[in-house]
Ligand binder design. Structure first.
Ligand code: CA2
Length: 142
């Protein structure tokens, strides 16, 4: 199984600020941990991060040509980007699993809604790195 791990805006700052919300790991460390776990499950991970909505849309649109599934942390775009939602819906049935480090339902009101979640195959949030492991387990469950 080939999996794209895509991170959205500001997640390149992981490990530098707000460790009480997002943990101490840098993005590179998080990607390494998820890649290692994926390998042990027979999956190969390709990682990328962008702060730009259009670039994220391009990568989602291209995913069916290079991958069997996507694990996506859209960052704050999940709260309002109908363009990303349309891109995810457009590549169905390729599964896109949405992940969040923090529990978005327990934070500020504006984070309670994810407009991308309804078109994703599953959502795992609030468990830090474990949210990503849960996404891997979901995709590799068969
Ligand atoms: O909990 C998550 O994974 C989020 O997707 C993270 C996004 C946030 O906007 C979403 O509501 C939930 C923000 C990532 C910002 O990351 C930073 C990391 C370190 C320092 C500053 C920001």
């Amino acid at each position: 199984m080939r999996i794209l791990l895509i991170h959205g805006p500001n997640l390149n700052l992981l490990g530098q600020r707000e460790p009480e919300i997002y943990g101490k790991a840098t993005l590179a460390e998080l990607e390494a941990a998820v890649s290692e776990r994926a390998q042990s499950q027979g999956a190969a991970i390709s990682c990328s991060q962008s702060n730009h909505e259009g670039e994220l849309i391009d990568w989602i649109q291209e995913a069916p040509r290079t991958a069997d599934a996507v694990i996506f942390n859209p960052g704050a775009y999940c709260h309002y980007s109908y363009a990303l939602r349309d891109a995810i819906a457009a590549i169905a049935p390729l599964p896109v699993v949405e992940v969040h480090l923090s529990d978005i339902s327990a934070r500020e009101e504006f984070r309670h809604t994810s407009v991308t979640a309804p078109v994703c195959a599953a959502v795992f949030a609030g468990k830090g790195q474990q949210s990503y492991f849960d996404a891997l387990d979901f995709l590799c469950r068969d």
